[in-house]
Design a protein around this ligand. Structure first.
Ligand code: NFE
Ligand code: MG
Length: 571
């Protein structure tokens, strides 16, 4: 008999997500993913100055901070044909690679690790053996018996006081496979990562004034470089950036990547679980010769269909027949009816749902069940994220990505097919961080070369004044956010925003089914997942967390009167 499991709220994510699944004979047979809270942005933007949009959209989320600002300035620059000086583009790349590294490390330790790491079991570890294990993995200078003894003592005190926010974890669950020493090692690095993450974000503060939500600028970046000026980005600031980059490099290579491989080696069965969709979309990222030249991006742009790595299909975000958002199962209405999808330039964001509302207990049998819309590329569901970036760049022949992927699979003794899984998704995020780390160093070195020869212009003001703009303009800003393909579409009329639509990574991955009942990534990836104990569905968390969900980004509209859109009652 099928049993229905509800996980609501899913914790260790950003925003509000509910997952329901039916389990039969110990495996998931169907799943529903619902965004349960509404936020507001797309309507707030209407009628405003396009040059301000970055500051508003950026605040959709504090996790992928800065990313929506980048998508926004790119959309406006695209609409107004503004080219950004190369030095400004380098600084944007530095900001964004910094964001990748920060976001992925925080995800691995603070949002995902406890799906694989049993804190309580770490109490059984021998600190001497833990140090030996750690030293076999890396030369990080904290890999000593004294350090692991100290961490274990902290856990002991913590456990004695009831484990605080971790009290409801599924400790002792049979799905946890790490030996006690590996658990202790991971918990120690969980704490180290907390300390470290507040350092790397200073790079955002240096170039963008603060973090989260650093400043951006249409036409460039809002900082000027002058090595002799006390208030500009001077040598002291640049030296601090260099130091923070070196620290980050050490953390990624000496802590995150060795831990990722060590943990993964105990969970190889998860290379056969959670694959979900077989289509992968990446917009490509990190311009090296301008945003208008995607062939020279570090990550490739395109779509891989049916896991066929021999072909990369081109993506055109301007084509009204390619990317569309559907609302067959979302709490919205489109003026022209709810069957056809809308291209984002013609997108609508109106919650006028009047049909039956599901009770709090279940979504079963209700046609509409989420505040996320359902994006499709040529009517097909796409997975987005680090794994999609690896797959599309691999298929596009990017040799740095190919070598890294092959090398990692070799270390794990896993075939290429292992990529298409929960484990593959989590491993791909580590590779993404490593590539971003390497490129961060490269972009910074190039910036320093330009500083030496005083090629330091960071702003193109040619089209700053609205009187230089056409009466009507439309643009699209594509970004590979840490969680995947992100785009903002803007329509400008008489110097003001006429329409503004965001289609966000977690909207692709976490959306409800489309009108043809095709599932999106979260739902598809849960099918077939084993669940050992329906009271403690850690397996659902493993797969859902492997996407690093952000519902704050994914549900970004609001009701203009601030009404309760959907009131749930406890029964
Ligand atoms: Ni709020 Fe985000 C990222 C964007 S959504 S985290 O990365 O864009 O998936
Ligand atoms: Mg949207």
């Amino acid at each position: 008999m099928a049993t229905r499991i509800v996980v609501d709220p899913v914790t260790r994510i950003e925003g509000h997500l509910r997952i329901e699944a039916t389990v039969e004979n110990g495996k998931i047979t169907d799943a529903w993913s619902a965004g349960t809270m509404v936020r507001g942005l797309e309507k707030i933007l209407q009628g405003r100055d396009p040059r301000d949009a970055w500051a508003i959209t950026e605040r959709v989320c504090g996790v992928c901070t800065s990313i929506h600002a980048l998508a926004s300035v790119r959309a406006v620059e695209d609409a107004l044909s503004i080219t950004v000086p190369h030095t400004a583009e380098l600084i944007r790349n530095i900001m964004q690679t910094t964001q990748y590294v920060h976001d992925h490390v925080v995800h691995f330790y603070h949002l995902h690790a406890l799906d694989w790491v049993d804190i309580v079991n770490a109490l059984k570890a021998d600190p001497v053996k833990t140090a030996a294990l750690a030293q076999s993995l890396s030369k990080w200078d904290k890999n000593t018996p004294a350090y692991f003894t100290e961490v274990q003592n902290k856990i002991k005190q913590f456990a004695a006081s009831g484990l605080g926010i971790f009290a409801n974890g599924y400790w002792g669950h049979p799905a946890y496979k790490l030996p006690p020493e590996a658990n202790l090692l991971a918990v120690a690095h969980y704490l180290d990562a907390l300390e470290w993450q507040k350092e790397i974000v200073k790079i955002h503060a240096i170039f963008g004034g603060k973090n989260p939500h650093p400043n951006f600028l249409v036409g460039g970046v809002p900082c000027s470089i002058n090595t002799e000026e006390v208030n500009a980005i001077n040598m002291e600031r640049l030296n601090l950036v260099k130091k923070l980059i070196d620290q980050a490099d050490e953390f990624v290579h000496q802590v995150y990547l060795p831990d990722l491989l060590a943990v993964a080696s105990f969970y190889k069965d998860w290379a056969g679980i959670g694959g979900g969709l077989s289509n992968y979309l990446s917009y490509g990222e990190f311009p090296t010769q301008g945003y208008g030249n995607p062939d020279k991006f570090k990550f490739a742009r395109g779509v891989v269909l049916n896991r066929d790595l021999s072909t990369v299909h081109p993506v055109n975000p301007r084509d009204s027949q390619e990317i569309k958002e559907y609302i067959a199962h979302s709490w919205y209405e489109y003026k022209g009816g709810n069957v056809d999808g809308l291209h984002p330039w013609a997108g609508e964001t109106d919650i006028k749902y009047s049909g039956p509302k599901p009770p709090f207990t279940t979504l079963e049998g209700y046609e509409k069940y989420s505040f996320l819309k359902t994006p499709r590329w040529k009517e097909q569901a796409m997975e987005v994220g680090p794994l999609s970036r690896m797959i599309v760049s691999y298929a596009a022949g990017h040799t740095d990505v190919q070598e890294l992927v092959k090398d990692t699979l070799g270390k794990l003794g896993a075939p290429v097919g292992a990529l298409f899984s929960t484990l593959g998704r989590t491993a791909a995020r580590g590779l993404d961080a490593k590539l971003a780390m390497d490129w961060l160093k490269e972009f910074f070195a190039e910036l320093m070369e330009r500083v030496k020869v005083r090629e330091v212009s960071t702003f193109n003001n040619e089209r700053w004044e609205p009187k230089t703009w056409p009466k009507d303009a439309e643009g699209v800003g594509l970004v590979e956010a840490p969680r995947g393909a992100l785009a903002h579409w803007i329509k400008i009329h008489d110097g003001k925003i006429d329409n503004y639509q965001l289609v966000v990574p977690t909207t692709w991955n976490g959306s409800p089914r489309d009108g043809k009942q095709q599932r999106s990534s979260f739902e598809a990836s849960l099918i077939g997942t084993p669940v050992a104990n329906i009271e403690q569905p850690v397996e659902i968390l493993r797969t859902i967390h492997s996407f690093d969900p952000c519902l704050a980004c994914a549900v970004h509209l609001y009701d203009s009167e601030g009404r309760h859109i959907h009131r749930v009652t406890f029964e």
